[in-house]
Design a protein around this ligand. Structure first.
Ligand SMILES: Nc1ncnc2c1ncn2[C@@H]1O[C@H](COP(=O)(O)OP(=O)(O)O)[C@@H](O)[C@H]1O
Ligand SMILES: [Mg+2]
Length: 274
């Protein structure tokens, strides 16, 4: 709506998880390093947690973009799938055609694929997003997948990504065996206050923003206060602010505009909860 007015190529503050917009904050960089380490060192299980909107899905997609061809990947977004369908989805995302909807057959097919990759010097990664939704029984089956190994190394690296409830689930006595296998664990934090302005400018830049469009320095404190550094909420505030700026025909987003945006978003949240 306001794109033309500001001369933007794209909407800078969409709430989709587009990895092209990735800003490598301290916590996102650390998370990526942990993931690359766990995968390259064939550590088996890796768990990444983070609040809603902290950038987990964006991170997964960015990881896939960075990973070379010698690492085969399967990324699962639907963690509600029943077990055999989940297995089918895993195989399909690895580029295979599932042979039959029988657990045994599917696991054998996966094992053959993994051994073939090993013989070619390749590694394989399975990433499951929103893993807090996985049932206990499904998590147990996923643990079994990590048993696919040679004497020396894990054939499949498994990354569980989820909201903080994932951690509670992993702490449950029912999943002791799984928890023991998680060798790399990382909690994605919100952005620090001093990263918020850089984050906003980064997204504006990626969207092709002309230099003159700016969020004034005094807007950062209220944005941080309200959003607590959660990228998704920052996007909401900034998107609304650009809209209000457009209405006022201003490309300098100042405190008034940001305050008004925050008030409107608060109103909407209260309304939604009523
Ligand atoms: N480090 C980041 N750089 C750029 N955008 C980010 C970053 N982290 C999160 N976002 C943005 O915030 C929004 C929510 O991110 P998302 O990955 O969907 O969060 P989650 O999966 O943790 O709920 C998306 O629009 C995403 O692009
Ligand atoms: Mg997500």
């Amino acid at each position: 709506m306001y794109r033309k007015f500001y001369g933007l190529k794209e909407n800078p503050f969409n709430v989709t998880s587009d990895p092209d917009f990735l800003y490598l904050s301290h916590t996102h960089r650390e998370a990526l390093n942990h993931l690359m380490y766990g995968i390259n060192q064939k550590k088996g299980f890796i768990a990444v947690t983070g609040e809603v909107g902290s950038g987990k899905t964006t991170l997964c997609k960015a990881l896939l973009n960075q990973i070379g061809n010698e690492i085969k990947t399967s990324l699962i977004f639907n963690s509600f799938l029943p077990e055999s369908q989940l297995l089918e989805a895993i195989l399909t995302d690895f580029g295979l055609t599932p042979k039959r909807r029988s657990k045994v057959v599917l696991i054998r097919q996966l094992n053959e694929f993994l051994l073939e990759q090993l013989s070619r010097g390749n590694n394989a990664v399975l990433i499951i997003d929103e893993a807090q939704n996985l049932r206990f029984t499904t998590l147990e089956s996923i643990r079994m997948l990590s048993n696919l190994e040679t004497n020396k190394e894990k054939l499949l690296q498994i990354v569980l990504v989820g909201q903080p409830q994932l951690q509670d689930k992993l702490d449950s006595p029912k999943l002791v065996q799984l928890k023991q296998r998680i060798s790399v664990q990382f909690h994605l934090k919100a952005l620090e206050k001093n990263e918020v302005h850089k984050y906003i400018e980064h997204r504006l830049h990626v969207a092709g923003s002309p230099r003159k469009l700016t969020f004034e320095p005094e807007t950062i404190e209220p944005i941080f206060e309200f959003t607590q550094g959660i990228p998704r909420v920052i996007n909401l505030v900034c998107d609304k602010s650009l809209l209000l700026g457009f209405v006022k025909e201003s490309d300098h987003i100042g405190q008034n505009i940001v305050d008004q945006s925050i008030e409107e978003i608060k109103g909407r949240l209260t309304f939604a909860m009523a």
